[in-house]
Write a protein that binds this ligand. Structure first.
Ligand code: ATP
Length: 512
């Protein structure tokens, strides 16, 4: 735990020190849960977005992209249910004055019990060695059975209370479980209250009868309200998808964990419109596709897992998350939801416009069902960074920090380094730089000893360093150094572009 906390802190400070992420308005001491992306951060973020767009829009002939406005008609949020129900149950500790999400306090409590189960399993695995059968152990060991019963019991009570907005029951559960405030250690809790997460603002001058509008809390509604426009103009028919990348805003109560939970963030969402009755097959399809997308980056499979929702939102008939092993544990990275015809039907009802598809084959009209994939750009960024960050001891006794970012996502693809700042080497290096920069973001660096320059590139995750030495002037060859293995190879100048392209191309290894 401590080790992971330290790793997380190291990632946060490295992100700042090397121009990936800065706290917003830092000279004014920052703004809680809002962050700015620096010179390398914006490149990594753009590469993540491009990788997603390519996989979803370019590689699927029946998916198109849009870019809808952040401001939308206020009735959109009434129809979608956000005005009435997009809220979190919050509770305050009267002693520490700290505010918590009641469901998060309960989930943390459940996680602690799960931790106890894991410890029992670990201990038993050691004790029984080869012959250990985990399933059998969990079904028969009294302590584990008991812990698991507690987990089911608490989850059930919590979900029931959340489903019917029974805040008194939620509070009672916190009291009964003797959950204490992590800051004050006390059990002096207020009542549980609902807190809407949407930011509201005024459009138009007040005297003209300004209306309250909301900063969108998700990009999906911009897709639903454009369903008909796209269907009519895009020559598409179900099954087809609409994809969008854009900002979303949520006034999160517990905004912590760096860019994991922000108040202003970015989403990459795709709504797939299908024939009613076919949605569960498409749900399975998208589960598989999305997991493939994650694995194609080369991050090991054990860092990802599915978490299937047992308790479904009233409009969903299947839902799961893809969770990632962040330094603070497995947490949601992406959601895949079978949303039925809930959204389109609601907009149809509130707008009075028909949002249907006429199926010529079947000679019938229907409101399409929707399967959604929704992932946060910033969470994906944090996943990539958490996987990539590595402090290494080298054979010569020195240390380096290296970001093992998948090459196709790396902010800078190659660094061009003349060994010395004289004898015509900078000129030769510039020639190479001029070729590479047409296609890739590259850096020219002639300052300091070559070892230090390598370290600087390792720290920002540059996959390749190209060094130009005296011999390069006669044999027209350069040395290319690979970031992770630090292996060096001599290659001809005319092959550089081809080699870099092979190594960093999205199609390389990306089984999209
Ligand atoms: P959580 O349970 O963590 O609050 P959620 O279930 O509310 O997330 P969704 O509404 O399904 O999240 O949003 C889809 C995706 O958008 C999430 O999987 C996540 O990657 C991203 N996301 C949601 N809220 C935030 C946030 N506050 N900051 C950063 N990313 C977010």
């Amino acid at each position: 735990m401590i080790q992971n906390e330290e790793l997380f802190k190291a990632i946060i400070s490295h992100s700042k020190e090397y121009g990936f992420i800065f706290p917003s308005s830092e000279i004014y001491d920052g703004l809680s849960a809002v962050y700015d992306y620096g010179q390398y951060g914006v490149e990594l973020k753009n590469n993540i977005k491009n990788y997603w767009w390519k996989a979803m829009v370019q590689m699927h002939e029946n998916i198109v992209g849009i870019d809808s406005a952040i401001f939308m008609h206020p009735t959109v949020w009434k129809a979608s249910g956000h005005v009435d129900a997009f809220s979190d149950p919050l509770i305050d500790n009267k002693d520490s004055k700290k505010r918590y999400r009641a469901d998060v306090l309960l989930e943390d409590h459940i996680a602690k019990i799960e931790e106890k189960v894991n410890k029992e399993v670990e201990k038993a695995a050691k004790r029984f060695g080869e012959s250990f059968n985990e399933e059998m152990f969990c079904q028969t060991n009294e302590r584990v059975v008991n812990y698991r019963k507690q987990i089911v019991d608490i989850s059930e009570k919590m979900n029931n209370a959340l489903n019917i907005n029974d805040f008194e029951a939620l509070r009672q559960l916190i009291v009964d479980l003797e959950i204490v405030c992590p800051v004050s250690g006390s059990r002096n809790w207020t009542d549980v209250r609902q807190f809407n997460l949407m930011f509201a603002t005024q459009m138009g001058a007040a005297a003209d009868g300004a209306s309250t509008i909301y900063l969108r809390p998700e990009t999906a509604q911009g897709i639903f309200v454009n369903y008909l426009n796209v269907q009519k103009t895009g020559r598409v028919k179900p099954p087809f998808g609409i994809a969008q990348i854009g900002k979303a805003f949520r006034n999160e109560i517990v905004a912590r964990q760096f860019i994991f939970r922000m108040r202003e963030f970015e989403q990459m969402e795709m709504q797939y419109f299908v024939r009613p009755g076919e949605e569960l097959d498409w749900y399975e399809y998208w589960k598989e596709q999305r997991m493939k997308w994650h694995l194609a980056m080369g991050i090991p499979q054990e860092k990802f897992r599915f978490h299937v929702h047992e308790k479904l939102a009233h409009y969903a008939n299947a839902a799961c998350d893809i969770e990632f092993a962040f330094p603070f544990g497995f947490k949601e990275l992406e959601g895949i939801h079978s949303r039925t015809d809930f959204d389109l039907s609601a907009h149809q009802q509130y707008s009075g416009k028909k949002l249907q598809y006429f199926d010529q084959e079947r000679n019938e009209s229907y409101v399409p069902y929707v399967v959604e994939t929704s992932i946060g750009v910033d969470r994906m960024f944090l996943a990539v960074l958490s996987h990539a960050y590595c402090e290494e001891k080298l054979d010569d006794g020195t240390e380096r920090v290296v970001l093992r970012i998948p090459p196709m996502l790396a902010p800078v693809k190659a660094a061009v380094l003349p060994l010395v700042k004289k004898d015509g080497l900078p000129e030769k290096a510039r020639e190479i730089m001029d070729i590479l920069k047409q296609d890739y973001l590259c850096q020219y660096d002639e300052k300091d000893a070559i070892g230090r320059r390598y370290r600087r590139q390792d720290a920002i995750g540059t996959p390749y360093c190209i060094t130009i030495d005296h011999q390069s002037l006669t044999d027209n060859c350069v040395t290319i150094r690979e970031r992770d293995s630090m292996q060096q190879e001599r290659i001809a100048v005319e092959n550089i572009l081809k080699i870099i392209r092979e190594k960093v191309s999205a199609a390389n290894g990306a089984n999209l």
